[in-house]
Design a protein around this ligand. Structure first.
Ligand SMILES: [Zn+2]
Length: 328
């Protein structure tokens, strides 16, 4: 699977606030209209699980910043001041209670929200809910959804759809003044369709494996490639990538034993009980089927950053959205 930016580019979706599957924009997301026609071709892009967790986390964070206003866009100077103060308070509390740096710009690119921050956030819903003031049940429901889609096991699309719809309704009841983000919309509304269309259990198609390779790319380029010719350099890198992804050779590698967290009861409920269990092989674990303890904890950072900025920009000032609506 690929990230949202690639999906948008591949489906000619110009705005990051538009769903690339059904074409609705963020102003329609909270109406929960069942889309009349969906782009079946785009279903093969999958759920982009790794990025979904970061997006879910950021969406909740943005709702939390605007909780005192209960408005989607803070336009007046007073409103902007309130949002800024709330944001600072939340950031302070995250640092004090969980030791997390949240939503702080990094020099050069993006911010400190990455896979690890979002994982820590969902790992302790009680604490997270207390810090950001978002309903605990909603955070728990989001957590279960993320747990199920990244599990790597067969998911029951009917049960998943019911659960996702419940979650969407709960979100709208609580925070109807803030439209869902495209990622929440995609997972909650199109999740079941995407799961049905995937050729494997959706968690096995995570983009983690490809994102983790970025680290190897850097290593191979630095240490295992000829530097005097670009062609030779790229050829050497490709040879190394082919070598290290060869099924036989990767099976010969000695593997570390990693402990994994058991699934929650609610998550197990959404999986297909009588499907033949797919025993997680060491190799699956390595490629990120169970990401809690993987050593490649920092792989996603580079690739997320540009996307973060883009979504946030459009999201916060709202001006681009207006243009979009008018042209519809
Ligand atoms: Zn959609």
């Amino acid at each position: 699977m690929v990230d949202g930016k690639v999906c948008n580019a591949a489906t000619d979706t110009a705005s990051t606030m538009r769903c690339f599957i059904c074409g609705q924009t963020s102003k329609d997301f909270n109406k929960l209209i069942q889309p009349k026609e969906i782009n079946v071709e785009s279903l093969k892009f999958g759920l982009s699980i790794l990025h979904a967790r970061i997006r879910f986390f950021e969406s909740l964070l943005h709702v939390a910043y605007k909780l005192p206003l209960k408005k989607w866009q803070a336009r007046s100077p007073e409103d902007k001041k309130v949002v800024k103060e709330t944001k600072e308070k939340i950031q302070r509390n995250f640092k004090d209670e969980m030791g997390l740096l949240v939503d702080i710009p990094k020099a050069g690119f993006g911010n400190t929200n990455d896979g690890n921050t979002s994982r820590r956030f969902f790992a302790n819903p009680e604490c997270s809910s207390r810090i950001i003031g978002i309903n605990l049940d909603l955070i728990v429901k989001f957590k279960i959804i993320l747990e199920v889609i990244s599990s790597g096991y067969c998911i029951d699309p009917v049960k998943f759809d019911t659960f996702a719809l419940e979650t969407a309704k709960m979100y709208i009841d609580l925070y109807g003044w803030h439209p869902m983000t495209p990622t929440i919309h995609k997972v909650l509304v199109h999740g079941a369709a995407l799961i049905t269309h995937a050729i494997l259990p959706i968690g096995q198609l995570s983009e983690e494996a490809s994102e983790a390779r970025n680290k190897h790319y850097g290593q191979y380029r630095l240490h295992f490639a000829r530097k005097f010719s670009r062609v030779d350099c790229n050829r050497d890198i490709l040879h190394m990538l082919l070598l290290s992804s060869d099924p036989y050779i990767s099976n010969c590698r000695q593997r570390q034993h990693k402990k994994t967290e058991p699934f929650s009861k609610e998550a197990v409920n959404l999986m297909i009980a009588n499907a033949p269990p797919i025993p997680p092989t060491e190799d699956d674990r390595d490629s990120g089927r169970n990401m809690e303890d993987t050593e490649e904890g920092d792989y996603e950072e580079d690739n997320d950053k540009e996307y973060d900025d883009e979504e946030e920009d459009e999201y916060d000032d709202g001006e681009n959205d207006d243009k979009q609506y008018n042209s519809n």
